[in-house]
Design a protein. Structure first.
Length: 317
């Protein structure tokens, strides 16, 4: 009798694991609750890097495009230098919105760039049901690149900056990069989605990854239309000769620092690696904005060379 009860409890536990845990994991991976604009600016203002008032005072206009799979994607255009062909597309991380990208406006304004802030699918003002970590999002970036070329000319010089999910997205984009995209800056990106999920399940949540990952993969394919193994930025990095600057905090345990180190080692030249001492996930700029901005400026100058001079600097408002 006792033996039968033990077997039933074990079977029940297995059933809960097989059905409930993978479903919860897929929701966390693809549909985690989104942060509000207020909470984003609360964080930025606490760290002292940017304020909502600064953004509200800037000249800007909203813009929408349609993704290749029929989603409306939202963005803001900051045409800071009308005579300049330089454009920076800034791509935010998971659960935030384009407002998290506003912290980088001053840095790119000082290097003479017009700026396009974009909401990733399912975030901010953009449509979408699932986050796919670059599997679909890289094509959304391509849609924005084409929008710039159509509206501001085929001689536009475009750079990409992405943080966290945005970093993985812009690295995935390397596999389909348009010739007008001249460089990529990836802040705390993941190198491989399977490895990232294995790390987060086993190291952060102390759960066995081996039985869970295959179940998560099957459910991801069924619900969100992609598999973990279909997202591997390091594969795109290995084949790209575009200049890439990898940035990572040395204390990042959410997306571990070794992922940027690994991609830097596998990336053909030209490439740069900036490790920010003491920074955790997605706060490298907040920890050391001066060094971050200096390294970015030096990288851009190398990537573009003397053939593409910066526009005259306008002080930020």
């Amino acid at each position: 009798m006792v033996f039968t009860i033990v077997i039933l409890i074990t079977l029940l536990a297995v059933l809960v694991f097989v059905s409930g845990l993978p479903r919860f994991a897929v929701r966390q991976i693809t549909q985690m609750r989104l942060q509000t604009m207020e909470s984003i600016y609360d964080y930025l203002e606490r760290t002292g890097v940017y304020t909502r008032e600064q953004f509200e005072r800037l000249p800007k206009r909203p813009v929408q495009v349609m993704s290749r799979d029929g989603l409306k994607l939202n963005g803001y255009v900051l045409e800071l230098f009308p005579e300049s062909h330089r454009w920076m597309i800034i791509v935010h991380g998971y659960t935030v919105s384009l407002h998290a990208s506003t912290q980088y406006i001053d840095m790119f304004q000082k290097t003479g760039f017009n700026i396009l802030l974009v909401d990733q699918r399912r975030h901010g003002g953009s449509e979408g049901s699932y986050t796919t970590y670059g599997f679909q999002e890289k094509y959304d970036v391509q849609t924005w690149v084409h929008w710039i070329l159509e509206n501001y000319g085929e001689n536009s010089v475009i750079g990409l900056h992405g943080q966290s999910l945005g970093g993985g997205t812009v690295l995935e984009y390397l596999s389909i990069a348009h010739p007008n995209v001249k460089f990529v800056i990836a802040d705390c990106p993941y190198s491989d989605l399977t490895e990232l999920m294995r790390h987060q399940i086993s190291k952060l949540n102390k759960l066995p990854a081996k039985p869970l990952l295959p179940l998560v993969n099957k459910m991801l394919q069924r619900k969100a239309g992609f598999r973990l193994d279909q997202v591997s930025p390091i594969k795109a990095v290995e084949k790209s000769t575009l200049p890439v600057l990898f940035i990572h905090g040395t204390e990042d345990n959410y997306v571990p620092t070794y992922m940027s180190r690994e991609m830097y080692l596998h990336k053909p030249e030209p490439k740069e690696l900036l490790l920010v001492e003491g920074a955790v996930h997605a706060n490298a700029y907040g920890i050391n904005p001066k060094r971050y901005a200096e390294e970015v400026q030096t990288f851009i100058e190398k990537a573009l060379g003397a053939d593409e001079p910066a526009a005259a600097y306008l002080p930020s408002i």
